[in-house]
Design a protein around this ligand. Structure first.
Ligand SMILES: NCCCNCCCCCS
Ligand SMILES: [Zn+2]
Length: 679
């Protein structure tokens, strides 16, 4: 599987700036690129990337998304003097021209196309283009919002035309609506455009009705435009993750793109003068991670906005570090989405219910009460945990800050994300070959007699041979090295998965262990009773025992082999639970006889690595060596195989999901998808 992350940047794109007074445009400065690139160099990340040179886009490439008259008009700007540039600029909104901006705009497009070429031909797995001017606001015949040519829209057309891409996903996490991209693919079912954006009931720029959640695309493109408007400022990490888990990811997996673009604007990060949001830079590490198992990992991140030079640089580094495969950071205390975000999530899910089978259980669209549109939702109570108050507290905070105006918003610098020297250690019987890239685990020293006796007494029947004792000891040794961050993740082939899981959950030093139990066998009661272990059990059995807060069986009629069902469970239940629980260790136990298609097992193994700093320990049944290779590939950081378009999950499963979600969301608010009063 291809590895390698491309970084495309050229300082030529810093060589244009605002030449007159314009309070709207003054934030779009060359320093945006300079501080971002310097941060990548200083952190050592730039050196770990494959540096790809930029090039100028050709006319033909620019015409993939722009009219000839617009291109011809822009071509004249290098020869204009100041007054002519100002007059030319007046024709468009919230943008400025400069004698060198046409050159830079061609380089920004060319850089993006270079990224696409290298990803689509497999020279690298993914990458980032650090470009300006940005692109997502520019339209066929108009510059807008600091944008001249629509870098990502052109690149998506280019990927379809020159690389035979069939389905392209564009995730626009910039805080502004990329209306230019929406217009370009309005009726195109081969390009799924997702955007969240500050909206405030159309009172925020660009103040468009078509930025609301009910713009779903038109004609054959209906359903392939997903807008999530933020109707309040102060949205935080929980709000962003909730939108990914409950809106974007289910639809993206059903769509199954063969290429993913990120309109990577970082004005959605805390401290930004435009966004006024509260999400911290490390959240972009998780958002990137959650997209990296789509399209066999082919992800092209392209810089859009981002106007706070500190959070911009930090967020760019968080994104690139994840593209490089480094362990995800520990997410800040997550609560549930705030009430306003839940309303937006609910609106987007219900309007798209008829286009996406993964949303079929979303509640029906509410009849439009005339007042509801401009009714500002009441400040929600403090019921949703610290982050869950984002809309409330931050809103109040926001007003306070606005009064003081000058108060500088500060946030903690993201923690260093240290990759252990050894990535994947496998505990395998000697007869089983160790896949390339992994290390066969052997402990520094064997168990002493006391250790043997203790293990035998606690976990083995007298009859068990010495080999079993050694295996148990080696398991605890492997766990120990993981929890000391000397090893990132591991896999063990064991004679008895239940016993191994029991040993590991009790031996773990982590305050919280997430155990994902895949298959039909019962979870040992000792584990269920263990308060520090959250067990999520995906199986085909009917929900029988009364679930505790820490034992969550997810029944699938067709069992664990049901790709659509399992992905629904993973995206809409397991991951929100896992992120909220914030475990120090993730155990993934595959029970004997668990028949599952390789890609699905890989998706699970990869997605779970976003938790617990990547400390994932996979337990497989000794005599089932088939999954060793595909599991090891994912533990090494390769992307999971694409699943292909997903079919609808079984209707009976959908019902039990919703009942489960409704029952659990009081304890686990990140499971919420609708605002309280609407339940
Ligand atoms: N009152 C007008 C504000 C216009 N702000 C334009 C922001 C463009 C961001 C591009 S990512
Ligand atoms: Zn923006």
């Amino acid at each position: 599987m291809k590895m390698g992350t491309a970084l495309i940047y050229d300082e030529e794109m810093t060589k244009y700036k605002l030449l007159w007074v314009d309070p709207v445009c003054k934030i779009e400065v060359p320093e945006r690129l300079i501080v971002s690139y310097e941060a990548l160099v200083k952190s050592g990340l730039a050196d770990r990337c494959v540096s790809i040179p930029v090039r100028e886009a050709t006319d033909a490439e620019i015409l993939l998304a722009h009219s000839e008259e617009y291109l011809e008009a822009v071509k004249k700007t290098p020869f204009m003097h100041l007054e002519e540039l100002m007059t030319f600029t007046q024709k468009y909104g919230d943008v400025y021209f400069h004698p060198n901006i046409y050159h830079c705009a061609k380089l920004a497009v060319g850089a993006t196309l270079q990224l696409v070429d290298n990803v689509m031909t497999g020279k690298v797995r993914n990458g980032m283009a650090l470009v300006r001017p940005p692109g997502h606001h520019s339209q066929s015949s108009a510059a807008n919002g600091f944008c001249v040519f629509n870098n990502v829209a052109i690149a998506a057309q280019y990927a379809k035309k020159h690389h035979k891409a069939k389905r392209v996903l564009i995730v626009d996490w910039d805080v502004h609506h990329g209306q230019g991209v929406q217009y370009c693919f309005e009726d195109d079912p081969s390009v799924l455009y997702f955007s969240w954006h500050r909206y405030e009931h159309q009172s925020f720029w660009p103040n468009l009705k078509e930025s609301d959640f009910d713009s779903v695309g038109s004609g054959k493109g209906a359903g392939f435009n997903v807008n999530v408007p933020w109707n309040k400022v102060g949205m935080g990490n929980s709000d962003y993750l909730a939108v990914f888990f409950h809106v974007l990811l289910p639809v993206a997996y059903e769509f199954s793109p063969d290429l993913v673009f990120i309109c990577a604007g970082f004005d959605s990060a805390i401290g930004d003068p435009e966004g006024h949001m509260s999400a911290t830079p490390d959240i972009f590490a998780h958002l990137t991670h959650l997209l990296m198992n789509l399209a066999d990992g082919k992800v092209c991140a392209v810089l859009e906005g981002g106007y706070n030079l500190t959070s911009l640089a930090q967020s760019v580094c968080q994104t690139v570090q994840t593209l490089l495969g480094d362990p995800a950071p520990r997410p800040a205390q997550l609560g549930g989405a705030c009430e306003s975000a839940l309303e937006s999530i609910h609106s987007a899910r219900s309007i798209h219910k008829k286009y996406w089978s993964c949303l079929q259980h979303a509640a029906a669209p509410f009849p439009e009460e005339p007042s509801s549109k401009n009714r500002r939702p009441a400040q929600q109570g403090g019921s949703q945990g610290p982050e869950g108050d984002a809309g409330g507290d931050a809103q109040r905070e926001e007003e306070k800050v606005e009064e003081k105006e000058e108060e500088e918003i500060v946030w903690p610098e993201p923690l260093r994300r240290v990759a252990p020297s050894l990535r994947s250690a496998l505990l395998l019987p000697d007869a089983v070959e160790c896949p390339d890239g992994c290390a066969r685990f052997s402990p520094a020293h064997g168990p002493g007699p006391l250790e043997r006796a203790r293990l035998r007494k606690s976990y083995l029947k007298e009859s068990e041979d010495e080999a079993s004792v050694t295996l148990l000891y080696n398991l605890t040794a492997l766990l120990g090295q993981m929890e000391k961050n000397e090893i990132r993740n591991g896999l063990a082939l064991v004679p008895d998965v239940s016993m191994a899981a029991t040993l590991l959950t009790s031996a773990s030093l982590s305050k919280r262990v997430l155990l994902v139990w895949m298959g039909e066998g019962p979870v040992p009661s000792q584990i269920i009773e263990d308060e520090k272990t959250l067990v999520v059990h995906i199986n085909s059995m009917e929900p029988h025992e009364a679930q505790s807060k820490y034992y969550i069986p997810i029944p699938l009629k067709k069992g664990c082999g049901d790709t659509a069902g399992v992905m629904q469970a993973v995206l809409g239940l397991l991951l929100p639970l896992g992120y909220q629980y914030e475990p120090g260790l993730v155990l993934l136990a595959r029970l004997p006889g668990y028949q599952v298609e390789g890609g699905l097992w890989q998706q699970l193994t990869c997605l779970l690595q976003g938790l617990a700093l990547g400390h994932t320990l996979v337990l497989l049944q000794e005599n089932e060596t088939a999954p060793v290779g595909i599991t090891a590939s994912c533990l090494l950081g390769n992307a999971a195989l694409s699943l292909g378009p997903l079919v609808a999950p079984g209707p009976e499963d959908v019902g039990s999901f919703e009942r489960l979600r409704l029952r659990l969301q009081t304890d686990w608010p990140l499971l919420q998808t609708t605002a309280p009063e609407k339940r």
